[in-house]
Design a binder for this molecule. Structure first.
Ligand SMILES: C[S@@+](CC[C@H](N)C(=O)[O-])C[C@H]1O[C@@H](n2cnc3c(N)ncnc32)[C@H](O)[C@@H]1O
Length: 275
């Protein structure tokens, strides 16, 4: 068992995604099959009852579908670049480095804020090709430690929306200055979702909504080219468009309906870009 965990602020959001992946992994037709998440939930001394509210569990499909899309695109990149460097930013307690079948030449770096990485190190061991870095992605210093001699896969799942757009731009500039070539996989939310979370963070009591509001929206895939003209937008996948993979028939039908309505379909999308 870990020491007592009581994160507040943006660090607490990764406990939510971990918990939801654990719920998904217990389904008979799990979308992601992230059993490491269920194991981690069992080992972390945290008041999980806070998350066991009606409504929360329904988000497990959203989180599992998003992670699966990241896994599929990451696996595709690593098939084409078996000696790649992977930088997973805002990794939380995600187990992607162990979930994917990594070619032996891959060097993987998981980055998150220092207290998250401290907890992560209690749960997942480092190894020859796998390291963790406890730092803010907005701090320019840590990138100097990362070898720049191979193509890079940059993974930012559930992260960029929490950063001001000026920080997103500065981060992407540092990355394309450091590496010669690579791909970026990230997810983005519509502007109305940014506004809604800001309203919730300001107006709702903490016992109902205790998370920071989002700061950056992704209105279209080409936003990444505006943030940094070295990127070329490649593809976008709305999470609701993956409705056929949802095992629960009620939610499958709801997601299918949500996918027909543009504003809702663009709630959450996964994007891929190259430089
Ligand atoms: C919604 S969670 C997603 C975690 C993980 N990617 C997942 O899908 O489970 C957001 C993560 O971003 C991290 N984060 C937010 N701002 C950060 C920053 N400036 N530097 C590093 N990590 C940050 C948080 O600590 C948290 O772990």
């Amino acid at each position: 068992m870990t020491g007592k965990v009581d994160f507040t602020g943006v660090q607490s959001t990764m406990l939510v995604t971990l918990y939801l992946r654990a719920l998904d992994s217990r389904e008979q037709d799990s979308i992601l099959g992230d059993h490491a998440a269920a194991e981690a939930v069992g080992r972390i001394d945290y008041d999980w009852a806070k998350l066991a509210q009606p409504g929360m569990a329904s988000n497990r499909f959203l989180v599992a579908l998003r992670a699966k899309q990241f896994d599929d695109w990451a696996a595709d990149f690593l098939r084409r670049n078996p000696d790649a460097t992977v930088l997973q930013l805002g990794c939380g307690l995600d187990s992607r480095a162990f979930r994917l079948d990594l070619p032996s030449g891959v060097r993987w770096f998981d980055v998150d804020l220092p207290d998250v990485i401290e907890l992560r190190r209690e749960l997942y061991p480092e190894s020859e090709g796998y390291r963790t870095i406890g730092a803010s992605v907005t701090d320019p210093a840590w990138l100097a430690e990362i070898p720049a001699d191979q193509p890079v896969l940059i993974i930012a799942e559930g992260l960029l929306m929490y950063l001001p757009t000026s920080e997103v731009e500065a981060l992407l500039r540092r990355l394309t200055d450091h590496f010669r070539t690579g791909e970026l996989i990230f997810d983005g939310v519509a502007l109305w979702v940014v506004r809604m979370t800001q309203w919730c963070a300001r107006r709702l009591p903490k016992r109902i909504y205790d998370y920071p509001g989002y700061l950056t929206a992704t209105q279209e895939g080409r936003d990444v080219e505006r943030w940094n003209p070295k990127f070329r937008f490649l593809a976008a996948v709305p999470i609701f468009s993956l409705h056929a993979k949802v095992p629960n028939p009620t939610f499958r039908a709801l997601y299918r309906a949500a996918n027909r309505w543009r504003a809702v379909r663009y709630w959450l999308r996964v994007f891929r870009a190259e430089f």
